[in-house]
Design a binder for this molecule. Sequence first.
Ligand code: GRF
Length: 202
Amino acid sequence: MKFAVFASGHGSNLQAIIDAVKAGTITGELALVVSNNRKAPALKRAQDAGIKTLFLNPQDYATPTSYDRQLTIHLKQEQIDFIVLAGYMRLVSAFFVKTYARKILNIHPSLLPSFKGLDGIKDAFTYGAKVTGATVHFVDEKMDHGPIILQDAIKIAESDTIETLTEKIHKIEHRIYPKAIQLFVEGRLTMKGRRVEIVEKP
Ligand code: GRF
């Protein structure tokens, strides 16, 4: 199975995925890294790992759908089976979600459905939550809403700062995202309504 990672920024999740592919704990082929940000360090990480990259400039497209149509052309060319969003700071269009229905994964740094949006870690911290975490989910038409694949939680200690909490949550992300991707590759995720069930290994 071939997959693409979409990333706009730092790319620490991308790095965890690259490392897992190298280690053989993800058995899918990471064939393409896509970014909407020419300067994303994630692109450099991909290049360093010898992975093909694609930068598409949103300013060259009149609408999110036309941007995503172009993306789809590239993904079809590369025979990409599924998409992994890893810090991709763009909402994917309804067209894209339909084209890759149940084939787009995302990671969010909170226990969804709490603290959706751009700043899940800071929002949980400043709200005063005692527990937070990270969520891997399928992408649907609504932001941070699709069926949940994996979650893991941690307590927010009184001694935590946004920085220490961010570090702890990234550690969780780097552990659960490769795991979720491999479950998808192995075809072990089944849907009951919006519940995702993990099929045991035979
Ligand atoms: C992660 O916290 C992820 O949950 C969120 O964006 C952040 C990306 O970090 N969607 P990185 O670029 O993978 O380091």
